[in-house]
Ligand binder design. Structure first.
Ligand SMILES: [Zn+2]
Length: 479
């Protein structure tokens, strides 16, 4: 064997199925060997550390284009820095399509901006307006390496009605793509919001009141039912409680290809987090809304049972005080007029380790499965990403399972001016992040060159192949 360029020596390798003492040998940016006694030109000592595949964050918003022009405050430069700081080496972010406008120019502009990335990246394509013209663009979108579409069942001006959603599901079936779904009932939320505002209930905490889990459960059920009608695999984004997870579980028991994701905010925050004096609660506002302790316990159970496959950050690129931040409509804005979303690229792995592994709820292998291997598989990036095996990209996080850190915004290294987890003590922290064989982060210092991130075009993959189960054997997507 040619001499190894780099050996990560003396650590404990953790994969999605097991853990064992081994060195990891790297050449040409890829893993060349996993075994004992490896020698290389350079050595990275990992004694006492865990060596895991770099995090794959399959749902985050980085420099996302906005309908009115411009983009999220989180840029590719700052977002990459935050990802690498937190042990994540691959992100999947969103190319956008705006109502009344084509995909092409928007996708080209997003690709241009992503050239500054230092993490590796793939895209989901948001579809808000599935006209004939937009549907006709989707083959080119898929040919460019995007194999997942994102649809919203709520939010003006993003949401699709059921018929529009069916059109996207049918296009995905024809093109071999996965559909990811934000599941909440648009009309129910709008109606509840009007009633709350009429009652004078405008504070941030009423955001949660406007969208109790019943609106998420209903939309999750409906999304799964429509996906079953068309025979298209889907992934449900950000499941916030067990009632929505139960819908996924029931579908999977019947053999449907439905996957579920949750995020640290649903495991750590609650609706009570939004009940702070003044406007402070806005910092914890995201959709679906964080729930309560019972919901959190139910989510952990769904994670353990495998109903939820992925823990992503849903990192949002809005700050508190910034030009498009939480206070964009004033510090007395009603909950309806406050931007949704919380930042979490850098805190995703520490929070899940601390709340999950350190507290005995999940195993280290579960952690790897949820944060790296499964997202890589579901979005067609595996085995290049998400595994520690010969041939895979040498993306690693060297993890100190017992380091205690108090989360502070400065440690997050994002462009956002706050973290909802400020002051929280976590156990477990990334010491180093290796991206394609390069030490991209060491002890909080990010040293990857801007622009060194690679675009990951996704080729057809078997996991998302339709089942071929159609009512009466008739395939409506063919017409
Ligand atoms: Zn999101």
């Amino acid at each position: 064997m040619a001499e190894l360029e780099l050996v990560v020596r003396g650590g404990t390798v953790v994969t999605a199925s097991e853990q064992f003492r081994a060195d990891v040998g790297i050449t040409g940016g890829r893993i060349a060997a996993v075994g004992a006694g490896l020698e290389g030109a350079r050595t990275l000592e990992a004694g006492g550390l865990l060596v895991m595949p770099g995090g794959v964050d399959s749902h985050c918003h980085i420099e996302q284009l906005q309908a009115g022009g411009g983009a999220d405050e989180e840029t590719w430069e700052s977002g990459s820095r935050a990802a690498l700081t937190g042990g994540t080496t691959t992100v999947v972010t969103f190319s956008t399509q705006f109502k009344g406008r084509p995909i092409g120019p928007s996708l080209a502009e997003y690709r241009r901006r992503a050239a500054k990335a230092t993490v590796d990246f793939a895209f989901h394509q948001i579809v808000t307006d599935p006209t004939d013209a937009v549907i006709a663009e989707l083959p080119d979108v898929v040919a460019s390496g995007i194999r997942s579409f994102k649809v919203f069942l709520t939010y003006d001006p993003l949401r699709l009605d059921d018929r529009e959603f069916l059109r996207v599901l049918a296009a995905a079936r024809r093109l071999g793509a996965l559909v990811t779904v934000h599941c909440e009932n648009y009309d129910a939320i709008g109606w509840m919001t009007e009633a709350l505002l009429a009652a004078g209930k405008t504070a941030p905490k009423y955001h949660a009141w406007s969208r109790p889990i019943v609106v998420e459960r209903e939309a999750t059920h409906r999304a799964i039912a429509l996906a079953e009608l068309v025979d298209t695999p889907i992934q449900v984004f950000h499941v916030s409680g067990p009632e929505a997870a139960d819908e996924i579980d029931r579908a999977r028991r019947r053999g449907l290809k439905v996957w579920g994701e949750t995020c640290p905010q649903y495991l750590v925050l609650s609706a009570e987090s939004m009940d702070k004096p003044g406007f402070e609660g806005a910092k914890f506002m995201c959709s679906p809304a964080p729930r309560d302790a019972a919901a959190t316990a139910g989510l952990w159970e769904a994670i353990r049972l495998g109903t939820l496959d992925v823990v992503s950050s849903d990192h949002s690129g809005w700050s508190y005080d910034g030009p498009r931040g939480k206070r964009v409509n004033g510090a007395d804005a009603s909950f309806r007029d406050i931007p949704n979303g919380v930042p979490g690229l850098a805190s995703r792995l520490p929070l899940l380790w601390s709340e999950g592994v350190a507290k005995g709820r999940i195993s280290p292998s579960d952690f790897v499965r949820l944060t790296s291997t499964r997202p890589a598989q579901i979005f067609g990036l595996h085995p290049r990403k998400g595994s520690v095996m010969p041939g895979a990209d040498a993306d690693l996080v060297l993890w100190d399972p017992s380091r205690r850190v108090t989360i502070a915004n400065a440690l997050m290294q994002h462009a956002i001016d706050y973290t909802p987890y400020e002051g929280m003590e976590v156990t477990g922290w990334p010491v180093a992040t290796v991206r394609r064989g390069e030490v991209a982060m060491w002890d909080g210092r990010v040293q990857a060159a801007p622009g060194s991130g690679e675009y990951l075009p996704v080729a057809p993959y078997d996991l998302i192949r339709p089942r071929g189960v159609l009512a009466n054997g008739f395939d409506p997507s063919a017409y």
